[in-house]
Design a protein around this ligand. Structure first.
Ligand code: NAP
Length: 354
């Protein structure tokens, strides 16, 4: 039995931090040994500091861990970061510089040229950027790998099978995003009850640019973004968990609707081949019922790690339309980062010191 990696969470008391703790409980490769949050929580036990919002109790193994400042050194080898964007850049870089593997949810470094924006099923070859990153930033053993924005993940996982087979030429995406995507306490109840908010700061740009980077190609030390145009409109809706994305696409190659459906349904990739612990058997689950996907019914597909695609139809303006849905704090955040770490371990890019 190989040694477990010792892992820490930055932003451990937040919405994503709590999901990390839930998903890491009993993980075969990762053992949670360090937690960090703001000065509001530092010095307290996790049980005291955290207002736990997930069903069930705070896992016994973390209840008595002391919450520390998000600064090296921490008693771990891997740092999962779910810090607010404004403090993430400096903090994550300081951990990477100090030799930690940093696997981040935050937006701060995602679009930096030398930082992989990783979805293991789509662009594992982008990890070659880590050599560029080390050389450019003077990191020794440490590095930063990011996962995309929670809506981008649903969109990119749905586009990947189409792009591989038919080449995507244009994308129009309209998101309906859950309240938990705004963290805790997030959106005021008086703003979101009986309402739809047609603005989420910075979100449309993130969905547009991140999708192009994720589906781009690693060429001569950099990522050449995918050349298709993306137009995104993002909305906050009164749903607790699960982001829905209504998508229209134009394809470069002609495809019958059965071929489009088959491309989604048969999509598997390296994480499935490697049987990574958090990899769903089917990254994209196709539903044929007229009224699916729905957040309440489909967000937990594949343990929250599958994207559910339904309503696949020909479109009167572009070629095809469909609706994609995924769990924003699992596949859209903590689960995505854990799968990234599992891939890095499987590819030998991290070694447990024990
Ligand atoms: P959240 O619920 O507001 O939690 C924020 C966390 O960061 C808390 O643990 C908080 O600690 C800590 N924190 C805040 N200010 C800090 C500071 N100055 N120094 C150290 N720690 C600080 O937010 P969240 O939803 O978990 O989001 C965290 C990050 O993940 C954000 O960058 C967000 O964009 C990204 N993300 C979120 C989702 C989602 O679905 N929610 C999805 C993908 C990515 P205290 O409790 O001590 O204040």
């Amino acid at each position: 039995m190989s040694k477990k990696f010792r892992v820490g969470i930055l932003g451990a008391t937040g919405t994503v931090g709590q999901r990390f703790i839930q998903l890491l409980e009993g993980h075969p490769q990762f053992e949670l040994t360090a937690l960090a949050a703001s000065d509001r929580s530092q010095g307290k036990s996790y049980g005291e500091a955290c207002a736990w919002r997930l069903p069930g109790e705070v896992p016994q193994s973390v209840r008595t861990l002391r919450v520390e400042p998000p600064k090296p050194p921490l008693d771990c080898e891997i740092v999962f970061s779910s810090l607010p964007g404004d403090i993430a850049r400096e903090t994550e870089e300081s951990f990477a510089r100090a030799g930690y593997a940093v696997i981040s949810n935050s937006s701060a470094l995602r679009m930096d040229e030398d930082v992989p924006l990783l979805i293991p099923e789509i662009n594992h070859e982008h990890l070659a950027l880590l050599d560029v990153q080390r050389a450019r930033r003077g990191f020794d053993r440490g590095f930063v790998v990011t996962n995309p924005n929670c809506s981008t993940i649903a969109l990119a996982l749905a586009l990947a099978p189409l792009h591989a087979r038919f080449r995507v030429e244009a994308v129009v995406a309209t998101t309906l995003q859950a309240i938990s995507g705004a963290g805790y306490p997030g959106v005021a109840s008086l703003d979101i009850t009986d309402n739809v908010l047609p603005y989420i700061g910075g979100e449309e740009e993130k969905v547009e640019t991140e999708s192009q980077k994720i589906l781009g190609r690693f060429e001569e030390g950099h990522i050449e973004s995918a050349p298709f145009a993306v137009s995104a409109q993002c909305h906050r809706v009164n749903v607790t968990d699960g982001h829905t994305v209504a998508v229209r696409v134009r394809l470069a190659r002609r495809a019958e609707i059965e071929e489009v459906r088959e491309a989604f349904a048969s999509f598997t990739s390296l994480p499935q081949e490697l049987k990574l612990h958090s990899a769903p058997a089917r990254p994209v689950v196709v539903r044929d019922e007229a009224d699916r996907p729905q957040p309440r019914l489909d967000r937990d597909a594949g343990g929250g790690m599958s994207v559910t695609v339904g309503r696949i139809r020909t479109d009167n303006v572009l070629d095809y339309r469909f609706v994609a849905l995924s769990h924003n704090t699992v596949r859209g955040a903590a689960g995505a980062a854990i799968l990234n770490a599992e891939l890095l371990a499987a590819l030998g890019r991290m070694k447990a010191e024990g």
